[in-house]
Design a binder for this molecule. Structure first.
Ligand code: PPS
Length: 287
């Protein structure tokens, strides 16, 4: 995967977005508040979808904030260079996004009562989403060759490092009461049920109409129409809107239209090997 990068404790970060200082700030200096809500994902797993759901839950289903403040400002990524500026503007309970692996997460989180929502996605669909993203986001030097991208992904030669390490690292917290994990596929299959579970985890009581509103305003079509959530406000030197959309397809199983049989078999073999010690099954393995 081709982008200007540096490594921090074995993980690749992008020069224009991150710095050693910005990663170290999170790890060592960020003061986590007990009511903070962290939206943690490996890239392309549904981060922005979860930002929308959490913003709507925070505001009891009222979409006004989602339609007037950009998703990035509502739930900034803590590891980015401009996070300290964004942090000042956040209101409690703060919603903070992150793609950081478990071992680089804010040390102060582990002494707090703050909560983490970890969203995972079928890694083959992540690769497809990433493939299209490399064509439009400025940090990527050239659009990727799909076969090369699969190989880079399985070898952990990617922004934010290995997906396998990310998932295995975070699953160490699976039995912690401050940790809630869900998959993109579950969100797609049962958006309402997922919102109800999230509200329960967050201790938020919403009535039926408010839950319906969360589901409605966080749907793919609503987000695609909302300029505060669809990334269309980014200038074309950052996101090349002529070549594609950030909210691209929003489906599960798009890998079937991109992977050859041989690529799929190659990936599945490595997946089985790398995931076997985790002893867990995930919803994308059943759909
Ligand atoms: S990023 O760049 O890491 O922050 O991307 P991330 O937000 O994690 O993932 C982007 C993919 O999520 C899809 N998306 C959605 N799918 C279904 N419903 C909703 N509401 C939704 N919002 C975002 C988005 O389209 C990207 O997936 P692909 O497969 O590329 O369409």
């Amino acid at each position: 995967m081709s982008f200007d990068h540096f490594e921090y404790k074995g993980v690749k970060f992008a020069h224009k977005v991150h710095s050693e200082k910005s990663i170290s700030y999170v790890e060592n200096e960020l003061k986590v508040l007990d009511d903070d809500i962290f939206n943690v994902t490996y890239p392309k797993s549904g981060t922005n979808w979860m930002i929308e759901i959490l913003s709507l839950i925070k505001h009891n289903g009222d979409a006004t904030v989602c339609q007037s403040i950009s998703s990035y400002e509502r739930a900034p990524w803590q590891e980015t260079i401009d996070f300290p500026e964004q942090e000042k503007k956040l209101t409690q309970p703060r919603i903070i996004s992150s793609h950081l692996p478990h071992h680089l997460f804010a040390k102060s989180f582990f002494k707090s009562k703050a909560k983490i929502i970890y969203t995972m996605r079928n890694p083959k669909d992540i690769i497809v989403s990433l493939f299209h993203f490399t064509k439009i986001l400025y940090i990527f030097k050239e659009s990727e060759n799909f076969q090369q991208l699969i190989e880079d992904f399985v070898n952990g030669n990617a922004l934010y490092g290995s997906w396998f390490d990310h998932v295995k690292g975070w699953m160490q917290m699976k039995d912690d009461s401050r940790f809630f994990f869900i998959t993109y596929e579950e969100l797609l299959k049962d958006p309402r049920g997922s919102v109800v579970k999230l509200c329960k985890f967050l201790g938020k009581q919403l009535d039926d109409a408010q839950i319906d509103s969360v589901v409605k305003h966080s749907s793919f079509n609503s987000m695609k129409e909302n300029k505060m959530s669809n990334w269309t406000q980014l200038t074309s030197d950052i996101l090349d809107h002529a070549k594609g959309s950030f909210l691209r397809k929003g489906v599960s199983g798009d890998w079937k239209t991109h992977f050859t049989v041989a690529q799929s078999e190659y990936f599945d073999k490595i997946y089985q090997e790398k995931m076997k010690d985790l002893n867990m099954s995930f919803s994308w393995e059943q759909f």
